[in-house]
Every structure is written in structure tokens, then in C-alpha cells.
Design a protein around this ligand. Structure first.
Ligand SMILES: Cc1cc2nc3c(=O)[nH]c(=O)nc-3n(C[C@H](O)[C@H](O)[C@H](O)COP(=O)(O)OP(=O)(O)OC[C@H]3O[C@@H](n4cnc5c(N)ncnc54)[C@H](O)[C@@H]3O)c2cc1C
Length: 489
């Protein structure tokens, strides 16, 4: 029988937003439980070696890696360790790692019940716990978004986030000669990590062209003054590119990967302003790995299951106090819109304060204004433009779990005349595999939107996952969770 644990403030997600929320709630006197699926807190931004804590405690490194100094790998590492030590040293804050929140149950008169399995992600016999919180802060971050292209399913093609996770979390390079491509400033820390781990970086290929970049970053430049440490970080990356003579091309994209058993080369093409490939500009580059990322998608499954309203951009809608549309449920960080670590920290602090019954500090509110503006520029300067659909030919696999091609998706929509994403998913099986559309969901929606005018009847549906993570049938059967909700499978 799963015990139900009554909690004052429950925070889900131990990234920058969740850590800031937990700390703020503690400062306002609430008892806090922080649940994090990973082995340690820190999230994507402060992802580190599994033994990072031993290192920071001055104990011997047992990893066998030469460079174990985490400080070299991260911006704001000291801030992270201070936050982590404060949380771990506080007996009124329980930090539970390896805690996988798999579902939430809506209630009319209170925040939802939160169901968790604690243990290895794919382990047997995980412990089942249910929390009954007075206030719930969701800070579950984002998924990476990668636009497909012919050959992207070859071994050696990685998402930039996976390459970053392997470098930061394992000190493993994805290849010897690597091309980094996609859109957004996130490509630059990935290059930095690859260099640090000893890989050769063949180049950086940014899809946004000069007009898009200038339009996004150079409008009202005085607003950027408040975020000038970001310019310092950027300058550091630029120096690294120059020192290693790494070419940085804008207005271009990887439109094909070639190879037999693994990637051996890629084709890079120049793009128009709307990201349509320009014929005749193709160039082949020999590499043994390519890392691709076109931004991030808020990770909303728990928020959606809790009933929180989600905007057209796919992010959870919040008010000025980070309150979602569901009483008692607050959200913070990438879940409420892609904005980077500083925005996540400011939002987390506000959400934790409000969850504990406090009033947000003016400093945190100001920071949020600054970094929301920064986020808007990021979206304008690097946001995906529609021409990419032209480099996805009919044979390109879009849903890799179920092996569904772009051609199959388009043909099914044309033949059935259907505009219902749910029915198209059921017919093609796109998004119904193991990842449940985490990788392909937005792409499937984008490709289908333009087939039958005026677009899909139920956009955003690929983000609905009532069971948030893969769970064994035995675990489900033994869990005491009950629900009569219609959206359960
Ligand atoms: C793959 C990836 C790599 C990134 N790397 C970088 C980088 O190197 N540099 C950079 O500037 N930005 C990076 N980012 C962007 C980065 O996510 C943000 O800038 C910042 O970390 C956002 O903080 P957050 O707290 O909102 O989310 P995150 O840092 O993503 O933290 C969310 C946390 O919630 C946990 N979580 C999610 N779902 C559950 C669940 N069901 N149960 C329990 N826990 C859960 C996750 O394990 C995670 O630790 C990366 C993003 C991704 C997706």
C-alpha cells in the first residue's frame, strides 16, 4: 500500500528553477520536499559528473578522468554548489533524487496528488510514494527539439543536448571530428564542451541568417545592458571559436547525413530567410559525428495532467506570481517558456516564495522582466522558420520509435482529409512509440498542419502524456493510484 505523505510545498524538478523555488520556500518558513528524477540536482544547466559531489567535498576523484574540475565546465558553478549545499544541509528540506514523478491526480478542492517511483529509471522494485501537497511547484524543464533531415537516424547523429550530457556528465566525446548545427546560442556551450573533451569541431552551422539574427538581437540594444554577463559568455565562446579556427556559418543547415553503418559526411546548404534550402549551394563535409539542436520545447506533461492551461507556444501560462490556472499549482523555468538559466532562477524564486505564502522580492521580479525580454530576443533571433519542411523528403523518418516517414504522414492526411491530430496519430502510429512523441511530436504537428487547410483541430495534443515517464506494467498494477479521468489510456 502506497503511503500518502502530506507536504507543505512540493517541488518537482531539481534544475535551476526547482532549486531556487525550494530555497525560496524554505526562507519563507515552509517545509519542502524536492523531487528530482536524476542522480543529483542541478538540472540540464549544471549537469555534472556523477561524483561531482565527492569532488566538491574535497574527496578523491574516482572517475579516472584527468579534468575533474567542474568549475571549468560550468558558468555559475559556485552559485550552484552554494544552493545545493544549503538545500542538502537543511533538515526541513527533503531532497529526493531518483524520484520519478509519473502521474498526478487532479482534485477539485486541493492541488493534485503526486505519484512517484523512487529508484533507478529502469530498475525493478522501485518504491512507490504519493504526495499530498498544500502547494505544488512544477519545474520540469524542457525537451530538446531537433528538426529531422534525411539520414538523421544514422548512428553518429546526436542531438546537441545528448552530446552535451555525455561530455558534461560522462566526459565522453561523441566523435573525433564533429559538426555542430541547428539554431540558437546553446550550440556554443556544446562546442566548448566538445573541445574540452578533446574532439575536433569541424564547424558550427546556424540556421538563422544575418537578417534574422540582427532583427532579434539588435533591436532596442539598451535593453540588453541588464543582461550584459550573457555578452561576456558569448565573447568567451567567440574567442574559443577563433582560437581553434572553427568556422561559424549563419543562414545554413545540415540537410542530409551520409554513411553506411554510421555517419561519414553531411551536406550543408545555404538557406533563404525562411529557412528554405537554396539549390546549388550544397557542400559536403566529412565528419564522424554531427550534433543538431533547433531549440527546446517545454516539458509540460505533468502540468497538462494537472489541468494547467498551456498557451499557443506550448508553455504553461502563469500570472505575475507564477501561479498556473490550477489553484495551488505554480510553475517555473523552461516549462513556462524557453528563456535560459537566469530566467529559470528568477521564476523559481518567485514561485517558491508564493507557494510558501510570501511576497516576491522586487529584485527577483526585476530579473524576470530582464530575462523575459532576453527570451523574446532569443526566440526572434533563432526561432524556427517554416522553410525547413522543404529539406524533409518523403523518405525521411520522422517518428523513429514507430518508423513513420514524412511521406506516410502527409499521404495519410491527404487521403483521409482528416484534420484531427488524434485520429492521424492513431492511423499512422506517429508519436505512439516508447518516447510518446517527446522527440517527434512538434515535428509531426508542424508537418501535418500545412496538409489540410486550415490546419489541425487539436494542436498541442502530442504533449499530452497522462503517464509522464515509462513505467512497468507490474509497477502500475501494484500502485494504488485510481482515477476516473477520461484522458487516461
Ligand atoms: C538536453 C538539454 C541540455 C541543456 N544544456 C544546457 C547547457 O549546457 N547550457 C545552457 O545554458 N542551457 C542548457 N540547456 C537549457 C537549460 O535547460 C536551461 O537553461 C535551464 O537548465 C533551465 O532550468 P530548469 O530548472 O527550467 O530546467 P532543467 O534544468 O531542465 O531542470 C528540470 C529538472 O526536472 C527534472 N524532471 C523533469 N521531469 C521530471 C519528473 N517527471 N520527475 C522528476 N523530475 C523531473 C529533470 O530531471 C531536471 O533535472 C539544456 C536543455 C536541455 C533540454
Amino acid at each position: 500500500m502506497t503511503e500518502v505523505l502530506v507536504t507543505e510545498v512540493l517541488v518537482v524538478g531539481g534544475g535551476p528553477a526547482g532549486m531556487a523555488a525550494a530555497l525560496a520556500a524554505r526562507r519563507h518558513g515552509a517545509r519542502v520536499v524536492l523531487l528530482e528524477a536524476g542522480d543529483d540536482i542541478g538540472g540540464q544547466y549544471w549537469r555534472h559528473l556523477p561524483n561531482g559531489r565527492a569532488e566538491s567535498n574535497g574527496r578523491a576523484d574516482t572517475s579516472g578522468h584527468a579534468d575533474t574540475s567542474e568549475r571549468l565546465w560550468h558558468h555559475g558553478w559556485d552559485r550552484f554548489t552554494a544552493m545545493r549545499d544549503e538545500l542538502l544541509g537543511d533538515e526541513d528540506c527533503e531532497v529526493v533524487t531518483g524520484a520519478h514523478v509519473w502521474s498526478v491526480d487532479r482534485r477539485d478542492d486541493a492541488p493534485p496528488l503526486v505519484h512517484v517511483f523512487v529508484g533507478e529509471p529502469d530498475g525493478q522494485g522501485r518504491e512507490s510514494r504519493t504526495f499530498d501537497p498544500a502547494a505544488l511547484v512544477l519545474a520540469t524543464g524542457a525537451y530538446e527539439r531537433t528538426l529531422p533531415f534525411p539520414g538523421w537516424d544514422l548512428p553518429g547523429v546526436f542531438t546537441a543536448g545528448a552530446a552535451q550530457a555525455l561530455a558534461k556528465g560522462e566526459r565522453v566525446a561523441v566523435g573525433r571530428r564533429v559538426l555542430v548545427a541547428g539554431a540558437g546560442p546553446f550550440l556554443l556551450p556544446v562546442v566548448s564542451s566538445l573541445l574540452r573533451i578533446g574532439a575536433e569541431v569541424a564547424g558550427v552551422v546556424e540556421a538563422a541568417g544575418p537578417a534574422q539574427l540582427v532583427g532579434g538581437w539588435a533591436t532596442r540594444p539598451w535593453q540588453l545592458l541588464a543582461a550584459r554577463h550573457k555578452a561576456g559568455e558569448l565573447a568567451g565562446y567567440a574567442r574559443q571559436l577563433a582560437a581553434h579556427r572553427i568556422p561559424y556559418r549563419t543562414g545554413a543547415a545540415v540537410v542530409a547525413a551520409h554513411g553506411v553503418d554510421r555517419v561519414e559526411a553531411v551536406t550543408v546548404t545555404r538557406l533563404t530567410r525562411d529557412w528554405t534550402p537554396i539549390p546549388g549551394t550544397e557542400r559536403r563535409i566529412e565528419v564522424d559525428a554531427v550534433c543538431v539542436s533547433h531549440g527546446f520545447v517545454p516539458r509540460t506533461e505533468l502540468a497538462t495532467a494537472a489541468g494547467c492551461a498551456v498557451g499557443a507556444d506550448g508553455a504553461v501560462t502563469v500570472d505575475e506570481r507564477q501561479r498556473s490556472s490550477v489553484p495551488g499549482v505554480l510553475t517555473a523555468g523552461e516549462l513556462t517558456g524557453i528563456g535560459g538559466v537566469d530566467l529559470a532562477l528568477a521564476e523559481g524564486e518567485i514561485a517558491g516564495t508564493v507557494a510558501a505564502g510570501g511576497v516576491p522580492a522586487p529584485g527577483a521580479v526585476r530579473e524576470r522582466v530582464v530575462f523575459r525580454r532576453f527570451a523574446a530576443r532569443l526566440a526572434a533571433a533563432h526561432g524556427i522558420r517554416p522553410g525547413w519542411r522543404d529539406w524533409v523528403d518523403d523518405d525521411t523518418v520522422v517518428c523513429r520509435c514507430e518508423d513513420v516517414t514524412a511521406g506516410a504522414l502527409r499521404r495519410t492526411a491527404e487521403l483521409t482529409g482528416s484534420r484531427g491530430l488524434r485520429s492521424l496519430k492513431l492511423t499512422t502510429r506517429a508519436g505512439l512509440g516508447l518516447c510518446q512523441g517527446r522527440t517527434c511530436g512538434r515535428t509531426v504537428e508542424d508537418l501535418l498542419t500545412c496538409v489540410n487547410e486550415p490546419g489541425l483541430l487539436d494542436p498541442g495534443r502530442t504533449a499530452h502524456r497522462p503517464i509522464a515517464i515509462p513505467v512497468r506494467l507490474g509497477e502500475l498494477a501494484s500502485s494504488t493510484r485510481t482515477s476516473n479521468r477520461e484522458d487516461l489510456p
